[in-house]
Write a protein that binds this ligand. Sequence first.
Ligand code: ADP
Ligand code: MG
Length: 917
Amino acid sequence: MASGVRNGGTGRMSGRLDRQQSSTATPKAAPGKPRLSAAPGGGGSAYRRTSSGPLPSAAGGGGGRASSESGVSSRVRVAVRLRPRNAEEQAADADFADCVELQPELKRLKLRKNNWESDTYEFDEVLTEFSSQKRVYEVVAKPVVESVLEGYNGTVMAYGQTGTGKTFTLGRLGDEDTAARGIMVRAMEDILADITPETDTVSLSYLQLYMEMIQDLLDPVNDNIAIVEDPRTGDVSLPGATVVEVRDQKSFMDLLRIGEAHRVAANTKLNTESSRSHAILMVNVRRAVKGRNEMDVSMSAENGHSSSMVGSFRPPIVRKSKLVVVDLAGSERIDKSGSEGHTLEEAKSINLSLSSLGKCINALAESSAHVPVRDSKLTRLLKDSFGGTARTSLVVTIGPSPRHRGETTSTIMFGQRAMKVQNMVKLKEEFDYKSLCRRLDIELDKLIAENERQRKYFDDEVERITAEAQFRIAEAERECKIVLENEKMKYHQEYLDSIKILEEKWKVHQQSPKKQIKETESTSNGEVQNLLQNEKVLRQSAEDESNDLKNQLSHWKKMEATATAEVVRLRKMLDTEASQKEKLEEEIGVLKSQLMQLSLDADETRISLDTGDGPGKIFPGLDSLMSHTRSSQPREQSNGPKAPVAKLFEQVSPQTVPVGLQKILSLLESEEPDVRIHAVKVVANLAAEEANQEKIVEAGGLTSLLMLLRSSEDETIRRVAAGAIANLAMNETNQDLIMAQGGVTLLSMTASDAEDPQTLRMVAGAIANLCGNDKLQTRLRGEGGIKALLGMVKCGHPDVLAQVARGIANFAKCESRAATQGNKVGRSLLVDDGALPWIVKNANNEAAPIRRHIELALCHLAQHEVNAKDIVSEGALWELVRISRDCSREDIRMLAYRTLTSSPILQSEMRRLRIEC
Ligand code: ADP
Ligand code: MG
């Protein structure tokens, strides 16, 4: 394998490819399904054997899908583009051949060393001087843009000597000739055409990097933008840069024009050429992922089973990706210091980012364990784009002139090394908790409405059946009564008739002579017997009739019993429905608390992204407490105490505080530990809302919370109570009340008994809030508040340290104010209580919130000459000097500087130590 590169051009055959080898090159991959060719290990050919599909697509690209866990390995794709000879070259180099010869069909470039010798290099794509801008876009950038639209990060960079066509390739607007549009314009056209404007957003920032300063090209006053890395994901962002949402191509073109104008103006001001700076266009794409989740929800909703529904809700997913287009500074060496009026230092700084990029690429190409990304702003910025988790495409631009062979060679070598860099492309998906919350809310309302409808239907049904049964019973009773009455009258009448007949016969018998009597006696005996017989028959039929009626009556009674049983059955059904409703309500409660948790999670995510000052508010730190609740929830669902608490919880939603507040406060003293925990969490939750705080205090909630600190054995309760007190302590009136009720002593006690850092965080937060009250300074210190704060630092947890630092900063600020107004004389109470050594030790703490508070505290202390001696003796002077030089916040930096320059004691010490500031 001949190589003019690795052998330093020593071999005669160097740079030549034999036919055998070229025919073994990877066969052409179908467009959109290119093959990934592995970078050869060390010691192989200097030229690449590559796939020849569209340039930057790799395995999993062009329509493929990579899971965010695994990632897909993909090599950086490199194209070389030759600029046509310009007018000057045509005249000056007319008698010389170009220093390069391209073989685009073989994807090779020959670099002439002299008339008989050349080195050959293979690239992923070789673009001749005739290549159209469209073709360049399609092979270099389009696959990157496509993968950005699929949710991966992507980067397109141009590298090359000034004047070889980097800006031509990337940045041409094509105003005068649409065919001349460059990669940036075409990329945005494709992005805007693909997204759904209702659900997706595209926004951009446009920046320039010069002398290790990042300047906002959309707002040039903003010229020292910081790079922020997410320690969790490694994502790099520039929160200080202007971000503009792009809705159409015209506004995008306007932004590019504005950026370009600012770039020219800025470079004129800096007295440099734009070729010395890097231009960076960052396009952020945020897309909603449709399908899977909505189906989950609608299916479970149709099932109608709310418990299964809780589990199957998943937040909708959004994919976030960014496209970074970098027009790098000219790659020519500018070691001739002073050539542009720069000092050597400046010249180094100008080149730092580019040379550092080269070093990183070397390290990545050699799979070296250490890649020096932190050495420059450019490499830090491209950390997640180059050799990182993005698809990357590099176009190296060269000119044809033999006069620049040196630069052209080094550009080609840069491209060759970049071809060995492997990237791990990762899909960036996030859950969209906000819209899940919205959907859960809607689902909840549907369930409530359905439940209400069912209940009403059952109530109506029971009423109807009861009325019908009663009506039937009344009807049957009435009919029975009438029949009985009739029968009774009939028999009575018959009875009277037979008596009458017998009486008449008796009379006749009395009046007739004895003889006759005898005759008639025998006849009347026969008649009587007949009558008796008749009577018997009648009686029998009456009895039968009566039995019949009795049977009918018992039949009706049975029917009545059946109707009553029916009523009882319906009542039971109603009871079951009611208990089901109760269960549903419990689940609604669970859903609500989960909802709240989800929105807290979402808030927390947002807050964690925000690197601003640590707020005085401890809850939303409620999340850490709620996570305990979350883990214990399945158990509690089936438990007795949960249901009433959940109901109360509903009642004490922020809109209806007064209704349930008294109840919930009374539950703080419940015998049942579970109930107490729930109650204190609900109170803490409410106390996190400013609107509720006054009501809670009025209802005696603060006193109850302090009582819990004093009497509760359970650390969870004490932690949550302390958190609630911390939130209440944000308000001045409450601060007085807390002090008046011995709050500081109770908080100190809680801190000394605590085992969980989160408890300490809550307590420290509460004391830190009290520290910010001018009127309470002496008393707070007298009751051991500062000592308690300093005592908590031994736990070492950064959250706790941040609260302690905040407290100390608050205290120092109030003290300083009082001293300035003449209300305080003498040394700082903080110094008296021995806070200085800790301040000095942590003034340069690596956690920004801690560091910033301490830096502020130190500046406040140093402002007063009474503290100066201690500042010197504790070694805090060095920290002040450092702050005045390095602090990233300008106001603090200036404060430190002013303090140092205005204090005679500090000044004389600095002179003694020969420190300058
Ligand atoms: P760079 O950004 O690398 O310094 P430019 O993009 O400014 O270089 O190009 C320098 C000059 O060369 C410009 O006038 C540009 O129009 C011209 N040029 C560059 N590439 C091409 C090309 N492929 N075809 C025609 N002209 C080109
Ligand atoms: Mg340029």
